[in-house]
Write a protein that binds this ligand. Sequence first.
Ligand code: RRO
Length: 317
Amino acid sequence: MKPAVETPVPAAQQVDLSVQVGPLRLANPVMTASGTAGLGLEMEPFWDLGQAGAVVVKTITKRPRRGNPMPRLCETPSGLLNSIGLPNKGIRHFLDVTLPKLRGKAGCLVVNIAGTCTGEFGELAALLDGAGGVDALELNISCPNVEGGNLPFGRDPQVVRRLVADVRAATRLPIITKLSPNVSDIAEIAVAAKEGGSDAVSLINTLLGMSVDWRTGRPGLGTAIGGLSGPAIKPIALRMCWEVSRSVDIPVIGIGGIRDADDVLEFLCVGCSAVQIGTQHYRVPDAVPRALAGLRERLAAEGRRDVRSVIRSVRAG
Ligand code: RRO
């Protein structure tokens, strides 16, 4: 008797990891999260930037910024508090010095931008549009660490709609709007971003938090309050991604405590089209290539030929 014909398990290397994020075709769904891989170039000693689905550059502002007083980082039991305050050398330096070094190195280069007023987002977008080598913009309307700064932009749906529409008018580059979890209804903000013309939303930025040494009375951060990231926030991020993916028909990019391939697959399962790895970079600088190897192995072990079959496979709601 002939043995039953078995469906061969696809070899890990043959699993198709490519995904579509609005107008962006990515080789895989794993991106770096803004701020956690510097300007991208800092990762080069550890892995080839071309391996990531996309590299997202730390927030660039119009003018140079020194950032917040030290200490800017503080560990907590399962997460990291930060109050960095957007230190960067400004858009001119980015265009003249950094971008020429970055061009062509990432499969997809996303520049995260923040303005001090809504109009500044459009100005930055126009400059980056003309520069060449930038594949998309991520609008940081959600930084928790700027006093009187841009978080208020991200809290009001009307402001978000107008701000995104301003950027839309200034560029043909794909727009990803990065959302704050420090709001009462994140889905409402996602809808406003979509109405303004955003091609995708990414979420979540960090959750407001604080730590203190009761003996000295000193907070762990120079600004007392900062943004919490890391494994502690993963369940919250997952919940918000699920809610947003049910509320808008533009792609959702998941961020929040993602460490490995299983975390990536969980975010895809609840409706994300791609994800960003952030805080894990401080423990495992090559977290992106490791997650990619894990994705191929796990999907092959399940007999899956592509990662897209996991997207939105959640059996709830
Ligand atoms: O630089 C920061 O302090 C910072 C930014 Br821009 C952000 O978007 N999220 C965050 O937790 N910190």
